[in-house]
Design a protein around this ligand. Structure first.
Ligand SMILES: [Zn+2]
Ligand SMILES: [Zn+2]
Length: 154
């Protein structure tokens, strides 16, 4: 009942809940995220897929990231809301788009990434590390890799 994280699409056909903390949170400003969301960036939370309870039939659409990796975006076939993401290079990981959370304050981004693709009207928190920052200890790819190796995806 009292899931840590819960959310749904606009029409309510798709809903989800998760009982554990995300292994990664961050805002992706890549062009594909802009185009698919219609907004400046996608606020993403990554969880082990086995810990996410999904209700409803999600449809996935496939695209290729600049890195060459396959990215599948999960949306509600009825209302079109984007809720989820799956990554070809990180099996067992499910991304949740934080705009679909019931309680928006549950999302705490830890970084901005792909900021070189950001729209000129995009606004970012100057207090957050980004992948344009040389002092950033880990590139996002490394952090995501660490996140994925934190699971038993074998
Ligand atoms: Zn819907
Ligand atoms: Zn992106």
């Amino acid at each position: 009942m009292n899931a840590k994280y819960s959310g749904r699409c606009l029409c309510g056909e798709i809903s989800y809940s998760v009982d554990i903390e995300p292994v990664f949170t961050g805002n992706c400003h890549c062009k594909n995220c802009q185009r698919s969301s219609g907004g400046a960036f996608i606020p993403a939370m990554l969880f082990p897929e086995k810990n996410v309870l999904v209700s409803g039939a999600v449809k996935y659409s496939e695209s290729q990231a600049d890195s060459g990796n396959i990215h599948k975006r999960g949306f509600c076939p009825n209302c079109g809301s984007q809720l989820f993401a799956r990554f070809g290079h990180m099996p067992g990981v499910l991304g949740i788009k934080a705009g679909t959370l019931d309680d928006a304050s549950n999302y705490v981004p830890t970084m901005d990434f792909h900021v070189s693709s950001a729209a000129p009207w995009d606004f970012m928190d100057p207090g957050l590390p980004s992948d344009s920052d040389d002092a950033q200890p880990f590139a996002p790819a490394d952090r995501l890799q660490r996140a994925s190796t934190a699971f038993d995806v074998g």
